[in-house]
Design a protein around this ligand. Structure first.
Ligand code: BDP
Length: 702
């Protein structure tokens, strides 16, 4: 059954995200009204107040009037409460299964009245339940006979903002940082509250405010006051703040001569700094650290291990119940080993050596957030160490803000991959390494101060999907996309159908026009905007696209089998065997693991060269198909957002063609084969593409 929302002609700019609460059509209003006639919410905590405010806001938006608040139960009342509330006495509700953050929503009869109960073991659980209840109405679902129980499968569900103190966002394509450090702590932009609402709606319970390429100044007392102000805004929504720790902070802020994690003075400095943080922010979440990676300081500077570095911070955080998220994104300078292997080589031997309150944060793949990567070999390989997933929501390698690429499918692919150690990546993340051990997922945020938050309307879907996958790593990308589409564009099947079609094929399209068949990192230098497959002159070999594609007269691809770098040996034998054989490796990972001749016969019977060209064109064709779908939605969604998406798709088509043409021009100069019949030559010669420079592309590091 689907009640549908009224189609709205008002201009929208995307600010409201998935909390639009558009007026319902009168038939839907009439159907829902008897089940949401009043609100009874006995608790008085800030979180219950936030839940009540949200319900009220949603009700006003959808029903056009305030929701009556009552002290006593009446027919049609919605009850928002915590387990143990006297109101719920006598009802046998299954709270035990809900843990801290879970909730139930149940239609029930109480004192002879028909009511809907929304409850959790904590106020935060009840708040999540309220958002779920509102979603049911937003997406046109029936609410007469509800029996929903849901709980997060991971504990730490955090955004990582790569935001610098000067407002620049590393790999940010949505304007400047939303944290206005200059005006904090006096001025709390109302936007911070909306940020917290949007995150709580999808179950996110933490935010790392600062860039992993960290600046020690965030730990100064004056900045901690600013962090405190943000923490106060987020607290009612169950969101904790975390900061990035620059490993050399004891030198930079403390005036010490060393940051050696075994030095007593260094340890004392961190202990006192961390105690100070907790004096200011008693529920501070903990620290995220990028160490000995891409020039960042770390324990290796003192010949100490990652575990020794992480444990020093963990010891200081433990009395406050804080955690350390220690990143495994490392690839050492001057290391000739295949970059794919380096994090495993460095971290796997440390399994079991980290303190209980350390999570090792591992990117989904071993290289760097590419449009497609096989899952990281560390998943499943450190059974005694809590590992958390790091996804990149911001689309550094998938077309920045303008390309429509729904990442839910990519994340589902990574999470459902079978590690054979045992189980899927999702199971590895969900399984506590010992009772009470912490679990989690991080997403590199795509949020900035643009009105639409994410730089494009459709990039909001990636923020939304991240929350859903962090809550349930076994979520399905299409179901998540459907919810988002309904809340964002309305319930009209004539809208939802095309929007879903666009989204579900969109990431594969980017793979096809940028890095088909298992190619990786073909992007231009520094900003990673546009194609640069020919680039070969950068200082470190693994910074160059030619390092990854290895295109030569004899063929293309990176041999990671035993005859090559043997990176495959870092996976479980079943995985290594499947991907190591040309008979069983999927086409999508062929060139990631194998170097094959240009005339290699694919399973389709085509040569590799022909297949490569066809993939580039398939990607471009999908963008055209998205344009056609979107053109059909004119007048079915609001004009302002419609026009923005139309224009962004035009940019995407231009750039998809650029990628296709530049890549084919380059690879053809090496393969020296004709294009398959029916496939047009690039519009220009290779030199033309090589000469394109975009020095001011946004989001650059530094
Ligand atoms: C890469 C980004 C760089 C980040 C780095 C990281 O290009 O800006 O600092 O990852 O994750 O993807 O630390």
């Amino acid at each position: 059954m689907c009640f549908g929302l009224a189609n709205h002609a008002l201009a929208e700019d995307g600010y409201d995200l998935w909390l639009r609460y558009q007026p319902l059509e009168s038939a839907a209003r009439a159907r829902y009204a008897p089940r949401i006639a009043a609100l009874v919410a006995p608790g008085e905590s800030a979180t219950i107040r936030a839940a009540v405010d949200e319900l009220d806001r949603g009700y006003r938006g959808m029903f056009g009037q305030p929701l009556a608040r009552r002290q006593v139960v009446q027919d049609g009342a919605v009850l928002v409460a915590r387990a143990g509330a006297p109101l719920l006495a006598g009802l046998e509700l299954p709270f035990a299964k809900l843990g801290n953050g879970g909730y139930l929503i149940r239609s029930a009869t109480l004192h002879g009245k028909r009511v809907t109960i929304i409850a959790g073991n904590t106020d935060q659980g009840a708040l999540y339940g309220v958002f779920r209840f509102l979603k049911l109405i937003q997406t046109g679902q029936p609410i007469d006979a509800l029996d929903i129980a849901d709980a997060p499968k991971l504990q730490v569900r955090v955004l990582n903002h790569w935001d610098n103190l000067n407002g620049h966002v590393e790999r940010g394509y949505a304007g400047l940082s939303i944290w206005d450090w200059q005006k904090l702590p006096r001025f709390n932009d109302p936007r911070y509250t909306d940020y917290a609402r949007a995150n709580a709606a999808i179950g996110i319970n933490g935010t790392v405010l600062t860039n992993v390429n960290a600046n020690a100044d965030i730990l100064r007392p004056d900045y901690l006051e600013k962090v405190k102000a943000l923490a106060a805004v987020f607290r009612p929504y169950g969101i904790r703040v975390y900061l990035t720790a620059r490993f050399s902070a004891p030198i930079e802020l403390g005036g010490l001569k060393t940051a050696d994690p075994l030095d007593p003075q260094v340890r004392a400095w961190w202990k006192s700094k961390i105690d100070e943080i907790y004096t200011v922010i008693p529920d501070f979440g903990g620290l995220l650290v990028k160490a000995n990676s891409e020039g960042q300081p770390g324990p290796a500077d003192y010949h100490r291990t990652h575990a020794e570095g992480a444990n020093m911070l963990a010891d200081a955080l433990a009395p406050h119940h804080g955690i350390v998220m220690w990143r495994a994104f490392v690839y050492a300078a001057e290391n000739a080993e295949d970059r794919h292997k380096q994090a495993y080589t460095e971290f796997q031997p440390l399994d079991g050596k980290f303190r209980d309150n350390v999570l090792v944060q591992v990117k989904n793949g071993a290289i760097d957030f590419q449009p497609r990567e096989p899952f990281h070999p560390l998943f499943g390989a450190m059974p005694h160490t809590p590992l958390m997933m790091e996804f990149q929501i911001t689309k550094e390698y998938l077309g920045f803000a303008t390309h429509l690429a729904y990442l839910g499918t990519m994340w589902e692919e990574a999470l459902s991959a079978d590690t054979h150690r045992p189980g899927s990546v999702a199971k590895v993340l969900e399984t506590q390494v010992e009772p009470g051990a912490v679990t989690g997922m991080a997403g590199v945020a795509n949020i900035g101060n643009d009105r639409n938050w994410s730089g494009s309307q459709f990039d909001q879907a990636n923020w939304y999907a991240f929350g859903r996958f962090a809550w349930d790593p076994e979520a399905k990308a299409d179901a998540v996309a459907r919810d988002w589409a309904r809340m964002t564009w309305g319930n009209d099947p004539a809208v939802v159908g095309p929007v879903l079609r666009m989204m579900m094929g969109s990431r594969e399209a980017v793979v096809d026009y940028m890095t088909p068949l298992g190619l990786g990192h073909q992007m231009a230098t520094g900003h990673h905007y546009g194609p640069g497959p020919w680039i070969a002159d950068l200082k470190r070999p693994e910074w160059n696209p030619v390092y990854y594609a290895r295109a030569a007269p004899d063929g293309i691809g990176f041999d990671r089998t035993r005859t090559g770098s043997d990176a495959l040996s870092q996976y479980a034998p079943e995985v290594a065997k499947a991907w190591g054989s040309l008979d069983t490796v999927p086409d999508s990972l062929l060139l990631w693991f194998h170097h094959v001749p240009w005339d290699y016969r694919m399973k389709s019977g085509r040569t590799l060269w022909d297949a490569l060209v066809i993939h580039y064109d398939t990607g471009v064709d999908h963008v055209r198909a998205m344009q056609a779908d979107w053109a059909g939605l004119r007048g079915k969604v609001d004009a302002q957002r419609w026009a923005e998406v139309r224009d962004f798709l035009a940019i995407q088509l231009d750039e998809a063609i650029w990628w296709r043409d530049a890549s084919i021009a380059y690879f053809q100069s090496i393969a020296k084969r004709p294009l398959p019949a029916g496939h047009k030559p690039p519009a220009h010669d290779l030199d033309y593409y090589k000469a394109i420079t975009t020095p001011y592309a946004p989001g650059q590091a530094g």
